[in-house]
Design a protein around this ligand. Structure first.
Ligand code: AMP
Length: 212
């Protein structure tokens, strides 16, 4: 099954992806995670992407699409995947159809309000070692701002401050209407409220949308 999860930053894409991976046993591809790792490793792509990411802007289509094209050739994706964070623009959606030939199966959109996005992202803290997300109030670590698994100090992503979050959301909403229309026309779009708690969202996706 080739699934896309999309929605504004903070919609809960990462959480739903994790739940779906466990259930469907499919690889998870997050373009945000791949880009952050490229930046961390100071690769050529990372160097080109960093400025855009720190400013909360989209990395240019050509760079991200090339990265996705390479990832799609790897053998672990032969039974499908859960793609998170891509496509973000109509050009990316078209490029993905081109890369996959037969296109995707379903695009699940987590529509989420600004109030909820700001609350979730400004309170998010991440483990630098394993990448697990926490939240200051919604999902705090067990002790002292340390990752429950790695016991390493959590950090705040540089793009999770309120001004950058609002900018990321407005960039996202401006761009995403074309992606929504693209999959709506193909009859593949499924709209779920990302304001609901993660358990309810997962129930709707797995039972109503995927009939698992
Ligand atoms: P995310 O973790 O999905 O919120 O992505 C973090 C940042 O990576 C975004 O704010 C963008 O700068 C960049 N990024 C991730 N995916 C894409 C994409 N499909 N197109 C352009 N930029 C992206």
């Amino acid at each position: 099954m080739k699934l896309i999860l999309f929605g504004p930053p903070g919609a809960g894409k990462g959480t739903q992806a994790k739940l779906l991976i466990e259930k469907l046993k499919l690889p998870h591809i997050s373009t945000g995670d791949i880009l952050r790792s490229e930046v961390k490793n100071n690769t050529g792509l990372g160097k080109q992407a960093k400025g855009f990411m720190d400013a909360g802007k989209l990395v240019p289509d050509a760079l991200v699409t090339e990265m996705v094209r390479k990832r799609m050739q790897e053998p672990d994706l032969k039974n499908g995947f859960i793609l998170d964070g891509y496509p973000r623009t109509e050009a990316q959606a078209k490029a993905l159809d081109d890369i996959l030939k037969g296109g995707i199966d379903k695009a699940i959109y987590l529509s989420t309000s600004e109030r909820v996005v700001v609350q979730r992202l400004t309170g998010r803290r991440v483990c630098p070692k394993c990448g697990t997300n926490y939240h200051l109030t919604n999902m705090p670590p067990k002790k002292d701002m340390l990752c429950d698994k790695c016991q390493v100090g959590l950090f705040q992503r540089p793009d999770d401050n309120e001004a950058t979050v609002k900018n990321r959301l407005s960039v996202y909403l401006k761009e995403c209407s074309a992606v929504l229309d693209f999959y709506k026309k193909q009859g593949k779009l499924e709209d779920v409220s990302g304001d609901l708690d993660s358990g309810e969202v997962f129930k709707i996706i797995s039972e109503k949308i995927l009939a698992l």
